[in-house]
Design a protein around this ligand. Structure first.
Ligand SMILES: C[S@@+](CC[C@H](N)C(=O)[O-])C[C@H]1O[C@@H](n2cnc3c(N)ncnc32)[C@H](O)[C@@H]1O
Length: 205
């Protein structure tokens, strides 16, 4: 891997993901996780301070990016969460079926290469009574914004570590066998190409 992928991109990503509007989204989603928890794409660990320690029995922190995991391990040390890091991809989750109470996924469904396979894995490991808590950016509802998302996506994906601007988040969840009892949407402050957010809770259909 080159210098950009090893050092520059993880630092840039960590900075971008620390911004206040995104932190507010984390505050809405992450404290709701309970029991056996699986975070998909833990990245640099920016969600870790938002977990409610009294509700989390165990947190599996999955992410294939080792450069980001070093930052996440530092943040993990500042919490009392019982964490196990899983340095693997979401397309092959090394956990038994029906073993997880809450899945947390923030700003990661945009990036996972085979997102349908990863969502099928999330559905497999989630208990029937479990909840998938999500906050993601994706395809904007305005035709002019969506058109530019489609045009710029190939370039953006190369610059931004595989992130896609234009994924249809609710449709992806539903196609994987989830229903969405809670779904909110909003443009966060910032460039509209990047900031249309979907967040809420999904359950197995
Ligand atoms: C934009 S970052 C978001 C990180 C973190 N979830 C957050 O909210 O700050 C996207 C994350 O997806 C991770 N990722 C990429 N491919 C993945 C895969 N196949 N399975 C799971 N995570 C993946 C990246 O390593 C990165 O940590």
């Amino acid at each position: 891997m080159g210098l950009y992928a090893t050092y520059v991109f993880p630092a840039l990503l960590d900075w971008a993901m620390r911004q206040k509007p995104i932190r507010r989204q984390r505050e809405k989603i992450v404290p709701r996780a309970r029991g056996q928890v699986l975070e998909i794409g833990v990245g640099s660990g920016l969600n870790l301070p938002h977990y409610d320690r009294t509700r989390v029995a165990k947190l599996y922190a999955l992410d294939p990016a080792l450069g980001l995991q070093q930052l996440a391990r530092q943040r993990a040390a500042a919490t009392e969460l019982p964490i196990e890091f899983l340095p693997v991809s979401g397309e092959a989750i090394p956990l038994p079926e029906d073993s997880i109470d809450s899945i947390v996924v923030t700003y990661t469904l945009c990036t996972i290469p085979d997102v349908a396979a990863a969502l099928a894995e999330m559905r497999r490991v989630l208990r029937p009574s479990g909840t998938l808590l999500f906050s993601e950016h994706g395809r904007a509802p305005d035709a002019d914004v969506a058109r530019w998302q489609d045009r710029l996506n190939p370039l953006w994906r190369r610059l931004a570590g595989g992130c896609n601007l234009n994924r249809r988040i609710p449709e992806l969840l539903e196609a994987a066998g989830f229903t969405l009892p809670e779904l909110s949407t909003l443009y966060l402050p910032g460039p509209r190409l990047l900031t249309f957010n979907y967040w809420g809770a999904a359950v197995r259909s």
